[in-house]
Write a protein that binds this ligand. Structure first.
Ligand SMILES: [Cu+2]
Length: 133
């Protein structure tokens, strides 16, 4: 009778090991980052910097002093542009051309005003504004 109890205890211990193993496997799967964004980035843009991230300008609107240089950094895995104006109506003030993943574009705002800009590749969803005082 005692040997039966020991066998049962051993079996339940083995079952417990199985359960623990499965929990560990599934929790490690959950921790893996299978995100659709291949360049997950934490943190936030520094002063006078705009991130191009998840097909958005971050921050979308920025107020600066005249003479300030703005740096746009592409945090996505695909190209973006920084083009002055509004979709379909570029002003020609600045146009980065295609900025690849990890790339940057700079522009110094030497006159006051409100400057709208957009990405030519994602024009309908990707627009920003720089207000220069
Ligand atoms: Cu874009």
């Amino acid at each position: 009778m005692k040997s039966v109890q020991i066998v049962i205890k051993k079996l339940s211990f083995i079952n417990l090991l199985f359960v623990i193993t499965f929990v560990l496997i599934f929790s490690s799967c959950k921790n893996n980052n299978y995100s659709t964004n291949p360049t997950p980035t934490s943190g936030s843009p520094v002063q006078n910097e705009v991130w191009m991230q998840n097909s958005k300008f971050n921050p979308a609107s920025l107020t600066i002093a005249k003479g300030t240089k703005i740096t746009w950094t592409n945090k996505d895995s695909y190209d973006h542009t920084v083009t002055s104006g509004t979709p379909g109506h570029p002003t020609g003030l600045f146009d980065s051309g295609n900025v690849a993943s990890g790339g940057t574009f700079n522009y110094t705002f030497d006159s006051t005003g409100t400057f709208q800009y957009y990405c030519r590749i994602h024009a309908d969803i990707m627009q920003g504004t720089i207000v220069v005082n």
